[in-house]
Write a protein that binds this ligand. Structure first.
Ligand SMILES: *Cc1c(COP(=O)(O)O)cnc(C)c1O
Length: 397
């Protein structure tokens, strides 16, 4: 089945308002905590849902016109009826999960997941009486077996972090629908430019807008997109929990999104070039990139992704010490967590993202000591390649 993907034109124009106050070309930042009412009758019209100013909210926690415009662009790019913007990816994920499950119910999460998502499901949510099962990433048979009559929600990332596994979202969504389980995909790594989980039958798609959507490593944000009905449930809880995005941050995210297609196109190309180069490089044991035929989910990635994205994970000789030498030798790429921005970033997952885990726990999550995760930016592909090659050369000195 063919998936219709958004274009660069969509990234620039989709969901833009045509009725901006004062005819400004760029959206102005509505830096306000509250909204005014002319008189009690005006307030009564608002409360009756009959407000002539559709962007007016009673209070800033419930909505903001700058935020709303970005939400509409995200909804358009994700192919959703509606979307919500939050102050971080984790605010988006936790609010959505809490909106969909309650005590006594059960959630299934694929194991290869962002560690704070896993922490939330396995500790915070467990404390509220919501049970969970972690299943091996991409193993849909194990997933199906894990479904119980209490299961209400299933979560996967697409592709996953850090091994870039790509579950078959058509099958995942079909299994969920059959079992009346809501399906939620954290598509931070694929972006709406590379994949369209909702078009594949998934119920809800989430992005950490901190990564590719904003794209400049200068702002935190997160989005939840889906049907009007599901999004209304998440909105009710956002009004209570208060995780809405700040208008200034929303404006940065909206601006960043205008170049999403251009950036991700470059990152797809550089990611693939780097992965191919690493695969034949001495000192590299293993490369994980969905665009490589050697990746376990290559076929699945080809049918569901426009490109393999900007993250390449690889294992070098010499374990943690080898990885340390290579990471320290990068010149263009900076040591930092996060990914998806214009700058290339590199990290050693066993040290950075998973530093609190014991060696046994690292092994359980499959995080080997020699693992390096590179997030390529939008620098010239040749420059990133040269940086990777000279960094690997540090293994042999
Ligand atoms: C970064 C990230 C998150 C968390 O998003 P924040 O914006 O940092 O809160 C969630 N999921 C994935 C896949 C991520 O990469």
């Amino acid at each position: 089945m063919k998936i219709a993907l958004p274009t660069s034109t969509d990234a620039v124009h989709a969901g833009s308002r045509e009725d901006r106050p004062d005819h400004t070309l760029a959206p102005s930042i509505a830096q306000t905590a509250s909204y005014t009412f002319a008189d009690s009758a005006d307030l009564e019209r608002y409360l009756a849902g009959d407000d002539p100013n559709p962007e007016r909210q009673e209070y800033g926690r419930y909505g903001n016109p700058t935020v709303r415009e970005v939400e509409q662009r995200i909804a358009a790019l994700d192919g959703a009826e509606d979307a919500l913007l939050f102050g971080s990816g984790m605010a988006a994920i936790t609010t959505a999960v809490l909106a969909f499950v309650k005590s006594g119910e059960h959630v299934i999460l694929f194991r290869d997941a962002y560690r704070r998502t896993r922490q939330f499901i396995t500790t915070n949510l467990a404390r509220l009486g919501v049970e969970h099962t972690l299943v091996e990433t991409s193993d849909l048979d194990a997933f199906e077996r894990a479904i119980t009559p209490k299961t209400r929600l299933a979560i996967t990332e697409f592709p996953t972090n850090p091994y870039l596994r790509c579950v078959d979202l058509w099958k995942f969504a079909a299994i969920c629908r059959e079992a009346r389980v809501k399906s939620l995909v954290d598509a931070t790594f694929s972006t709406p430019y590379n994949a369209q989980p909702l078009a594949q039958g998934v119920d809800v798609v989430i992005h950490s807008a901190t990564k590719y959507l904003s794209g400049h490593n200068d702002v935190l944000g997160g989005s939840v997109a889906g049907s009007a009905l599901l999004i209304s449930l998440v909105r009710e809880l956002r009004d209570v929990l208060g995780g809405i995005c700040d208008p200034h941050a929303a404006a940065l995210i909206g601006r960043g999104m205008k170049t999403l297609a251009l950036r991700v196109e470059r990152q797809n190309a550089t990611g693939l070039a780097v992965a191919r180069a690493l695969e034949v490089q001495q000192g590299v044991d293993r490369v994980y990139y969905p665009g490589l035929p050697s990746h376990p989910d290559h076929a699945s990635a080809r049918s569901q992704l426009r490109g393999g994205g900007g993250v390449v994970s690889f294992v070098v000789h010499g374990g943690r010490e080898g990885a340390r030498r290579v990471v320290d030798a990068f010149r263009l790429a900076t040591i930092a967590p996060s990914l998806g921005g214009v700058e290339s970033l590199v990290e050693q997952p066993s040290l950075m993202s998973y530093s609190e885990l014991s060696p046994e726990e690292l092994a359980e999550h499959g995080i080997v000591p020699g693992l390096i995760r590179l997030s390529v930016g939008i620098e010239e592909t040749e420059d990133v390649l040269a940086d990777v090659k000279q960094a690997i050369a540090a293994l042999h000195v």
